[in-house]
Design a protein around this ligand. Structure first.
Ligand code: HEM
Ligand code: HEM
Length: 178
């Protein structure tokens, strides 16, 4: 789509959501694949991820239309309708998150918060050197990477099915068609 046409599209992901998303991705991937020793940089990067999520939760109440939880909260009704549509091969368009994407979004931010808590606990005298806590933190980190992988694949697949450039939209804020 040419530039003058895409500039007419509605802004779905506001600037805060876009910066939040890619900053969170950087924090999570660098803590998992690069700074995984649990030392200073790991801790600061982990707390930064937690702060990003905390701000996103606030933005979920105050942000622009499609950033608000009320716009996409995956209620049982919305999920049922979405699953039914998927099964019947109808690819509904969702201006913001589709209900399954919304469920994944909530799971991802919850898991980041759990990493923050279990990471912080490891810095306390009370839990120093506790192996179960290290294992729990490592397990949750692996779960986060597994979920994020499913999330990224889903974004690619759904983008194809809906003929929409979903990943580009996380950079530009606008959902262009293929
Ligand atoms: C550690 C890795 C990742 C995490 C923790 C993560 C987390 C999130 C979160 C929390 C949202 C919700 C955005 C919001 O409403 O504020 C989101 C949305 C989104 N993410 Fe990610 N993400 C990750 C990796 C990726 C990757 C690698 C891609 C691209 C391939 C991607 C593509 C998207 C897209 C397209 C959306 C919008 C979904 C929609 O259209 O409903 N994400 N992600
Ligand atoms: C995005 C958030 C985070 C991710 C993805 C993450 C991921 C990881 C991973 C993959 C490891 C290595 C686990 C292993 O040994 O197999 C680890 C270890 C560790 N993390 Fe985190 N972490 C995060 C946040 C935090 C935070 C906020 C803290 C503390 C303030 C923290 C403290 C630690 C400590 C102390 C270790 C070393 C555990 C050990 O000795 O085995 N992490 N983390």
């Amino acid at each position: 789509m040419s530039d003058h046409m895409s500039s007419n599209l509605p802004l779905v992901w506001d600037r805060f959501v876009r910066i939040f998303h890619w900053s969170l991705v950087l924090c999570v991937l660098s803590n998992f694949f690069v700074f995984d020793d649990g030392k200073d940089i790991h801790q600061w990067t982990g707390y930064l991820a937690v702060c990003l999520v905390a701000l996103r939760v606030i933005w979920g109440f105050l942000g622009s239309q499609y950033a608000r939880f009320s716009n996409f909260f995956p209620t049982p009704n919305r999920l049922r309708r979405h699953l039914k549509a998927l099964k019947s091969g109808v690819h509904e368009e969702h201006a913001g998150h589709n209900p399954l994407g919304a469920l994944m979004m909530l799971a991802l931010i919850t898991v980041v918060l759990c990493l923050g808590v279990t990471g912080w606990m490891q810095t306390l005298d009370a839990f120093w050197g506790e192996e179960w806590l290290q294992n729990t933190h490592a397990f949750i980190a692996n779960a986060l990477i597994a979920l994020a992988t499913i999330h990224a694949i889903a974004a690619i697949v759904m983008g194809r099915l809906e003929k929409t450039k979903l990943i580009k939209a996380m950079f530009t804020g606008k959902k262009e068609r293929w």
